[in-house]
Ligand binder design. Structure first.
Ligand SMILES: [Zn+2]
Length: 299
């Protein structure tokens, strides 16, 4: 059995996958806010529960909103700030008495979709999360590409390429840079762009729904979004040349992106023909926890 854990800011989810990748059991608990020992204890209890209910032990993989630093073993880049600097993997290995594999949650998303989701059978998969933030992960031949700095696929904090037909005032990003892709292509980025063009204060979901029923202002906002997404993904294609790009996060539910963006990205891609497919995720909210389990793909 492969056990996957998704350590999120608000909940901790655990699943046990059988050999074929089917979820045999799923459990959820609220994340103990600001409480590192409590977080460890909760994970230990969840693993014990799943193993006793299913009557077998499993390998353990965990996805977190951050990554392990290359200096020491502390966690970095986590928005669950009580994890920062903590040797989470070491502590879990001691607690669970086995080797634990840990990865960024965007990498887990990409892995899950590469193994038995939208990217199944593809050699190179880029997973892009368009949600509260913008993240990404790369999977090559069913293995996560981590990178020497452990940031492979983190395209959200590249600057958005400037488009010929619009001049953008760069926006401050929480990371300290200006004009990051995340400030335009995240859900809050989409909403802010709509408001800046005189639109009402709407959620990303409402903008998508209204555009689908003929609202001209919402349609224009999505057209701007599609142009920016196409140029940002074209940079990924020019560097990585993936077979498949899978979208995740709340904005991946906007159906028109899958038709509009591939028509627009060709202009920015250095190739006569573009075979890269842009696909919606298959596993939805379960991708993170499933991908964490699949970190033990080689066993
Ligand atoms: Zn940034």
């Amino acid at each position: 059995m492969r056990i996957g854990i998704d350590l999120g800011g608000s909940k901790i989810e655990i699943v046990g996958l059988d050999e074929s990748g089917r979820i045999r059991l799923r459990r959820r608990r609220p994340t103990p806010q600001g409480d590192y020992p409590g977080t460890l204890r909760t994970i230990g209890e969840l693993v014990a529960t799943i193993e006793s209910e299913l009557g077998q032990k499993g390998t353990v993989g965990i996805g977190i909103p951050g990554t392990e630093s290359t200096i020491g073993k502390g966690i970095k880049n986590a928005n669950s700030t009580w994890l920062i600097g903590r040797p989470l993997r070491d502590d879990l290995q001691q607690l669970l008495q086995r080797e634990v594999r840990l990865a960024n949650d965007a990498n887990c998303f990409a892995l899950s979709e590469a193994i038995d989701g939208a990217g199944q059978g593809a050699a190179v998969v880029f997973g892009a999360i368009l949600g509260t933030g913008v993240g990404g992960g790369i999977v090559v031949h069913r293995q996560v590409l981590t990178g020497v700095n452990r940031i492979a696929g983190e395209w959200g904090h590249n600057a958005l390429p400037e488009l010929a037909n619009e001049s953008l005032l760069p926006r401050d990003c929480y990371c300290g840079r200006v004009g990051c892709i995340e400030t335009w292509l995240s859900g809050p980025g989409l909403c802010a762009d709509h408001a800046r063009h005189g639109g009402a204060s709407l959620t990303a979901e409402e903008i998508g729904a209204r555009a689908a029923t003929g609202d001209a202002a919402c349609d224009a906002t999505l057209q701007r979004y599609e142009r920016r997404l196409a140029s940002a993904l074209a940079q990924v294609v020019n560097i990585l040349d993936p077979d498949v790009i899978v979208l995740g996060g709340g904005l991946s539910n906007i159906e028109r992106l899958y038709h509009a963006v591939p028509k627009l990205w060709a202009a920015h891609i250095f190739s006569d023909v573009v075979h890269t497919r842009l696909l919606r995720n298959v596993h939805g909210d379960s991708s993170g926890v499933r991908g964490a389990a699949w970190l033990w793909n080689d066993h």
